[in-house]
Design a binder for this molecule. Structure first.
Ligand code: 5GP
Ligand code: ZN
Length: 115
């Protein structure tokens, strides 16, 4: 299901063009518009799930496997030293877009990312 008022449905579905690092039938991986560090990416399922609790179990498994693959690829490309994988649920927890997504945040020695 898609939500026609949801920006991530539009981005993931390709209705709004965006720099894409990876795409398959179920996911799109894009660069965050307001990056916490160089290469900050978002894994977004093409189907609309508001948060982790709503996420389909099979999609959840695939999202985690994709996170592993992306981190390997991006570490080689970016030369980063570590990664934070962040996933916010609920306004109180800092969620601002209510379509499930995972943040992949590359970390660099001596960087100043406040998480
Ligand atoms: P949340 O706070 O919900 O976990 O994360 C939402 C993230 O989506 C934020 O880091 C924000 O910068 C990013 N974001 C919001 N709107 C857009 C957009 O239109 N394009 C892209 N590439 N990123 C977006
Ligand atoms: Zn959506």
């Amino acid at each position: 299901m898609k939500d026609e008022n949801c920006i991530f449905c539009k981005l993931a579905g390709g209705d709004i063009p965006t720099a894409t690092l990876y795409e398959d039938e179920e996911f799109r991986v894009i660069l965050d518009a307001n990056p916490a560090s160089k290469g900050h990416a978002l894994i977004i399922p093409k189907e609309h799930y508001a948060n982790l609790y709503e996420l389909d179990d099979e999609v959840a498994g695939k999202a985690m496997i994709l996170a592993k693959k992306m981190i390997k690829k991006m570490t080689r490309a970016l030369g980063c030293d570590g990664y934070n994988v962040v996933q916010n649920n609920g306004e109180t927890a800092g969620q601002t877009v209510f379509h499930f997504h995972m943040h992949l945040i590359p970390r660099y020695e001596g960087d100043n990312v406040g998480l």
